[in-house]
Design a protein around this ligand. Structure first.
Ligand code: SAM
Length: 470
């Protein structure tokens, strides 16, 4: 018996006849199809992240903890026995017995997926006891062999349904297993909390699964970091896996309420050499009025009729005039700090953004426009005497700021600084200028002068730079 690569469920079950093959697509069409798969996988990853964010932020009203996975609760004894037996066998291959709890989570989530797939399985009982060669089949990804194993765990009246559905289950199991081998137990445990991820694991499309795995592999550290902030099962993980803290110690923490945004995920090992100025830097969301609070008697951003001189607010959808938004109305942009090659720390999106969206306020110390010691400051957002919005002040995030100070320059950027009006006050904000997918770096245009003035080489990946000497 043979199995279709991209349609593991036979026509009789899935309703799609995968045997009627069309002419293979040309390279061009294939490429376009692949592009579509990749972007839809990115969308899926985003939903997975959203699921995880919800979980991380979840507080149950009664017990103050995240909801437990359903595991094998309420399943017939024989089912849990069979799966526990298989788990134990698989665990034998792990020298570190501390992984046991996570594997149990895995089995639980696996069973949840299986159960939700809607097939009506019933356990076979003693016949379902797995053997060592069964577990080897699962681990080595021998789906056909593993399918036979799985078929012993259940009985249905129709042998075809039994065989194919067992095969499908084996595929799901071996996907989880492989993922655990490649990306670690913690990643699996984090991802399995996402219903969307579990849907994906049992979907029949192998290409999409592979693309998703590529993304997972590339983002293991971010996924684990995010998961680490769910205190409920983080505690369980700490008990189960002694090296849970390793993920966090591998990251450089920028101290601010332990928020994941402010951990630096190293992409490039060389980028971890912290620059001198970072050491003195504090992250906060409040702008200080001048160095040591002395430069201005009153907040220089307060302007009469501010909306006449600043861009209208894009956050609330109002396109003209001053809106009634508070900054607190803005939902925080999901971004994280990353190490880059040669450009220090950067910021990347953990969600897709649409052109026009405001993603954050550039905060820091307000200094007068002519403070000479700031001339070489790499973090100054210069005001201009000809600009009514910022005619008497500049903003520097050299000592104080938030994640926006880490936005790097690109010659073909996706973000810009705008000045918007809020209740008579001018605020400097980052606004997205073109739609960007999740995981893309957020960049802005510093201006040619920034690079030429410092003799700095632009290391952005644009084919042509804004100036030949950059
Ligand atoms: C406002 S900071 C951005 C955050 C900075 N990467 C960091 O780690 O603190 C500006 C500095 O980042 C670096 N940088 C940003 N964009 C760059 C680019 N396209 N090419 C080279 N260096 C860049 C330069 O060192 C620049 O002075």
């Amino acid at each position: 018996m043979t199995f279709p690569e991209n349609g593991l469920f036979p026509a009789e079950i899935s309703g799609v006849d995968t045997r009627k093959r069309k002419r293979p697509p040309t390279n061009h069409i294939r490429e376009r199809k692949k592009q579509r798969v990749v972007s839809s996988i990115t969308d899926t990853m985003e939903v997975i992240y959203r699921d995880l964010f919800d979980l991380v932020n979840y507080t149950a009203p009664d017990h103050g903890t995240a909801p437990p996975l359903r595991h094998l609760e309420g399943q017939p004894q024989e089912v849990s026995n069979s799966f526990t037996a298989l788990t134990d066998l698989l665990l034998d291959d792990l020298s570190d017995s501390a992984h046991k709890n996570v594997v149990s989570e895995l089995v639980g989530a696996y069973w949840t997926s299986v159960h939700a797939s809607g097939f009506n399985f019933r356990p076979v009982g003693a016949e379902g006891t797995p053997t060592r060669s069964d577990s080897e089949a699962v681990v080595s990804g021998n789906h056909e062999r593993a399918g036979m194993l799985m078929s012993r765990f259940m009985k249905t009246t129709d042998p075809k349904v039994r065989y194919y559905s067992a095969f499908a289950l084996a595929v799901v199991w071996s996907r989880y297993w492989r993922l655990a081998q490649e990306c670690g137990w913690k990643t699996v445990a984090v991802l399995l909390h996402s219903p969307r991820f579990r849907d994906f694991a049992r979907a029949a499309n192998l290409t999409r699964w592979r693309e998703l795995m590529k993304l997972v592999r590339a983002n293991v550290m971010s996924i684990q970091l995010l998961g680490s902030f769910n205190t409920h099962w983080y505690a369980a993980l700490s008990d189960a896996i002694p090296d849970t803290d390793e993920v966090l110690t591998e990251l450089e923490r920028i101290d601010y309420e332990g928020h994941y945004h402010h951990w630096r995920v190293p992409n490039d090992p060389n980028s971890r050499e912290a620059e001198e100025h970072d050491k003195a830097f504090e992250v906060g969301d409040h702008t200080r009025i001048g160095r040591d609070g002395k430069a201005f008697a009153v907040d220089p951003r307060l302007k009469d009729g501010a909306f006449n001189i600043a861009q209208p607010c894009g956050a609330c959808g109002k396109t003209s005039g001053e809106c009634r938004c508070n900054l607190e109305n803005w939902s925080p942009a999901r971004v994280e700090l990353i190490g880059t090659s040669g450009r220090g720390t950067g910021v990347r999106a953990l969600q897709s953004f649409k052109a026009g969206e405001i993603i954050g306020e550039y905060v820091g110390e307000l200094i007068s426009n002519d403070q000479p010691e700031e001339e070489n400051d790499v973090y100054v957002l210069w005001g201009h005497k000809n600009s009514p919005a910022t005619d008497c002040y500049s903003t520097t995030s050299y000592h104080y700021g938030n994640w926006t100070r880490f936005v790097n320059h690109a010659c073909d950027p996706n973000c810009t600084i705008d000045h918007v009006a809020r209740r008579g006050k001018i605020l400097s904000v980052y606004r997205i200028t073109k739609d960007i997918p999740m995981f893309e770096e957020i960049t802005t245009n510093y201006g040619i002068g920034y690079f030429l003035g410092r003799g700095l080489k632009c290391l952005c990946d644009a084919e042509t730079h804004l100036h030949p000497d950059m």
